[in-house]
Design a protein around this ligand. Structure first.
Ligand code: AHR
Length: 509
């Protein structure tokens, strides 16, 4: 057996950092490929157990993650979606062409009421993304009224005619999407003004308080973030009790190749694996760049940063519609998720929300459903979300990696081979660990200080091959297993297999 590398991580359990919002573990569902139709929604007449057309096995699986929020209806689709087409009797709903995704017909059978029912079944907060690119201020304003207004008003009456008496609670509202591209090809300053205008008319009805999220930058385009912060006149916003929008977003995808050839989800070289890990780690530089700009305008951190699209983006699976973005999901994807969460935990003071793209059957999915049999498979990424559930709303505590193997050079970049983060909540501690070395195991000593630790246990997600994945014939090829934890002086010791993700839980007093 290969001699393990060694790492030592010091964690001061009694030095609290920011609270890790559960909304950093959010999800995204777009009218794209088989995410909604065939993924979440199969229709009332399906043989697959459903409630009002919504797949119950998908709901159950996501409830086990404690899914905190769900973003809908896009993505690029949001800026060509007209919400009135998706209400009323299904057979009478107008149809449209989904020009962004596969150029297929959209029958609008999954609309506002179906989405809100889905959120209620999931116990998740809705994050509705409005249409700026091809919509109007009035259209967006009326959608907010339709969803959230009690009493007597034109939109509240229309909602009641469609069978819903009480308003819903909608906490999160997106003001367009990728306005620099598919959302309207706008300049930063033009969009910043549009965001102010649209956000103004997205009213707080009754006691519903909207957290309005301005559509943000691609990757590290900090000019875009600066324009949005300028538009808020935010130099005074630490004194100003109410802002026009409450957060700005950005998108960061882990893409390793050129756009035309992003590489296969399941067939990749060891170098491609390390390049992927390096690109995943880069999210920290990008996030920090936006946070630094925001700090200059908003040192009191009143405006949130939202990463509402992240994850791996590979070539589609052979034989599938290129516009449907269906890809498999391996142990490599799971490690990308683990790295992102460690970064999110470290920046929980500014990052208020993140939604992975996307939940079912699209990009870095939690769940894949088989088109013919309907069988449901949980991906390795799903298991990382589940193993990290204890971090939801926990207090982050810094994990100082004081000894570690040398970083590895790859493709002109470097990859740190150890990733970690930690939190405490309600008398329990949770440490997440990744060994990103594809060949060498890792002995980790967790030097836990400040509180008394007892009752430790561990779980590990690993596979003999980093390209291992789950499918209907082998749904548990990659699944969590118990990890041995031994007491080592004042700390704990675990050995992580190559390319593995692990969590260590314990009680603190
Ligand atoms: O998630 C797929 C697409 O990626 C989204 O629709 C868009 O916002 C982004 O470019």
């Amino acid at each position: 057996m290969t001699t393990p590398a060694e790492a030592r991580i010091v964690i001061n359990l009694d030095v609290p950092g920011a609270v890790i919002s559960r909304h950093l573990y959010g999800h995204f569902a777009e009218h794209l490929g088989r995410c909604i139709y065939g993924g979440f929604w199969v229709g009332e007449d399906s043989d697959i157990p459903n409630e009002g057309g919504i797949r119950l096995d998908v709901v159950d699986a996501l409830k086990r993650l404690g899914i905190p929020n769900l973003r809908w209806p896009g993505g690029c689709f949001a800026d060509e979606y007209h919400w009135r087409d998706g209400i009323g009797p299904k057979e009478e709903r107008p149809r449209m062409v989904n020009t962004h995704w596969g150029d297929v017909e959209e029958n609008n059978h999954f609309g506002t009421h179906e989405f809100m029912q889905l959120c209620e079944l999931l116990g998740a907060d809705p994050y509705v993304n409005g249409n700026v690119g091809s919509g109007t201020v009035q259209e967006m304003s009326e959608w907010v009224e339709y969803l959230t207004r009690a009493g007597d008003s034109p939109m509240a009456r229309l909602r009641r005619e469609n069978g819903r008496e009480e308003p819903w609670r909608v906490p999160f509202w997106g003001i367009g999407n990728e306005a620099w591209g598919c959302g309207g090809n706008m300049s930063a300053d033009h969009y910043a003004n549009e965001a102010r205008r649209y956000a103004t008319f997205c009213r707080d009805h009754g006691d519903n308080r909207l957290y309005r999220i301005a559509a943000g930058a691609a990757d590290d385009d900090v000019r875009w973030t600066r324009s949005l912060m300028e538009a808020l006149n935010c130099l005074g916003c630490q004194r100003e009790p109410k802002s026009i929008f409450q957060a700005v977003s950005f998108h960061y995808y882990t893409i390793t190749g050129p756009w035309e050839h992003k590489g296969s989800a399941t067939e990749f070289s060891i170098d491609e694996y390390y390049t992927t890990m390096s690109k995943a780690q880069e999210v920290e530089r990008v996030l920090q760049a936006h946070a630094t700009i925001m700090d200059a305008y908003d040192p009191g951190k009143r405006i949130g940063l939202v990463l509402d699209e992240w994850g791996t983006w590979w070539d589609v699976e052979p034989g599938t519609n290129p516009g449907f973005l269906y890809q498999q999901n391996t142990m490599r994807d799971a490690l990308v998720a683990g790295v992102h969460f460690d970064v999110f935990h470290r920046h929980a003071d500014r990052l208020t929300m993140a939604t992975i793209a996307q939940t079912v059957n699209v990009l870095q999915a939690m769940i894949l459903t088989d088109e013919e049999s309907g069988a449901l498979v949980l991906t390795p990424t799903y298991h990382v979300f589940e193993m990290n559930r204890g971090h939801h709303d926990a207090t982050s505590v810094a994990a100082h990696i004081v000894a570690k193997p040398d970083a590895r050079a790859t493709d002109g970049r470097t990859v740190e081979l150890v990733s970690a983060s930690a939190s405490v909540k309600d008398g329990a501690g949770l440490v997440s660990l990744s060994n990103l070395d594809a060949e060498v195991p890792l002995d980790v000593v967790l030097d836990l200080r400040g509180l008394t630790v007892s009752g430790a246990s561990g779980r590990v997600l690993a596979a003999a091959d980093v390209a291992a994945h789950n499918d209907p014939s082998a749904p548990d090829a990659v699944a969590p297993a118990a990890l041995q934890v031994t007491v080592d002086g004042q700390g704990l010791r675990v050995t992580l297999p190559p390319s593995s993700f692990a969590t260590v839980s314990f009680e603190v007093a």
